[in-house]
Design a binder for this molecule. Structure first.
Ligand code: AMP
Ligand code: MG
Length: 311
């Protein structure tokens, strides 16, 4: 039964995975409006609900096992749906086991360090799911599209040379390899939004008063760099989808479908890890039996505080 479910999820997410070593051209290779075999929103929501329950159970096991951790990286253009994806996909999960970190324009302190430092500071611990709302990939996206960000990083001459992006890709791949080798799975989701749908979402943010707070004039300025971003995304996907940490391109034009896909990729990762509740030793089991016998033999609360201790 479980195997059937695992297989179904694996098949569902397969077309979303960026084959390691392949050369991606985003506009040509991935359709933001793709919705696999699920055509009805209602079916999609139902499936997501099942997925959310599944995630809750696996997250409990991950926390109890306390040996492995999961890092989920979310990248998207503005209005791509990162916040809503986190809200829905993690809705059933115990908040104690999840740590969400959002990355904004780096602070002065962050700029005083190497570029991966601030991301390393927010990594999940064993037993935890860490979510990066934007991630270390901004270092080859917004920083690449707007080189003035790079000037602020004050790289010394030799490290700012012309192979900078190739080098960053290698460093990121090595870092993720290091993390996976040490028990932390790295799951990478790119929410792929179309030009038209981004426009529609911005208009909604302008027209609906309760959404005004989500809109910033900077979003329109960034939209002018659409082509540069598409290029940067394509290069990133081609260079950093690796067997130990592949990218998944999530069709993001329909929010319900994007959430379903994101939940499925995370569920797939956890099912592969298959964390187990720890089994207690024979000795500990004897202790449990003794404790049970003592509890069963109890008749009344003790008359003196703490047994032999005085209050
Ligand atoms: P938001 O996620 O809408 O709150 O916006 C965060 C902003 O921070 C976006 O405009 C990102 O482009 C920007 N940002 C995130 N990481 C970096 C970075 N490493 N360097 C420069 N800007 C960044
Ligand atoms: Mg924004």
């Amino acid at each position: 039964m479980n195997d059937v479910r695992a297989k179904r999820i694996a098949n569902f997410i397969e077309p979303l995975r960026v084959e390691p070593g392949s050369k991606v051209r985003l506009a040509k290779d991935f359709d933001p409006a793709f919705k696999a075999g699920v055509t009805k929103k209602r079916d999609g929501r139902e499936l997501l609900r099942t997925g959310v329950e599944l995630l809750a159970e696996y997250q409990r096991r991950l926390a109890a096992e306390n040996t492995r951790g999961v890092l989920l990286c979310l990248q998207a253009l503005d209005a791509g749906g990162k916040d809503g994806t986190i809200r829905h996909v993690m809705s059933g999960v115990n908040p104690q086991g999840v740590k969400v970190s959002s990355f904004k324009v780096p602070s002065a302190e962050e700029l005083d360090h190497d570029y991966l430092w601030r991301y390393a500071c927010r990594l999940p611990a064993r037993g935890e799911i860490g979510i990066f709302n934007r991630s270390h990939y901004e270092e080859v996206l917004v920083v690449r599209v707007h080189p003035e960000n790079l000037d602020r990083q004050r790289l010394p001459g030799a490290s700012a040379g012309k192979n900078l992006w190739a080098r960053r890709f290698r460093e990121i791949n090595d870092w993720e390899r290091y993390l996976t080798d040490n028990g932390f799975s790295v799951v990478k989701l790119f929410l792929n939004l179309s030009w038209e749908e981004q426009r529609a979402r911005f208009l909604r943010r302008i027209d609906v008063p309760d959404r005004n707070w989500k809109f910033s004039a900077a979003d329109i300025r960034e939209r002018r760099f659409w082509k540069d971003y598409q290029h940067a995304f394509s290069e990133m996907l081609s260079a950093t989808s690796k067997p130990w940490a592949p990218w998944y391109v999530i069709p993001a034009d329909r929010k319900w479908f994007a959430r379903l896909c994101a939940g499925a990729v995370l569920a797939h990762t956890l099912m592969e890890l298959d964390p187990q509740y720890p089994r207690v030793s024979d000795e500990a089991r004897d202790e449990l039996s003794k404790a049970r016998a003592e509890l069963e033999a109890e008749e009344q609360p003790p008359t003196t505080a703490g047994g032999s201790r005085r209050a």
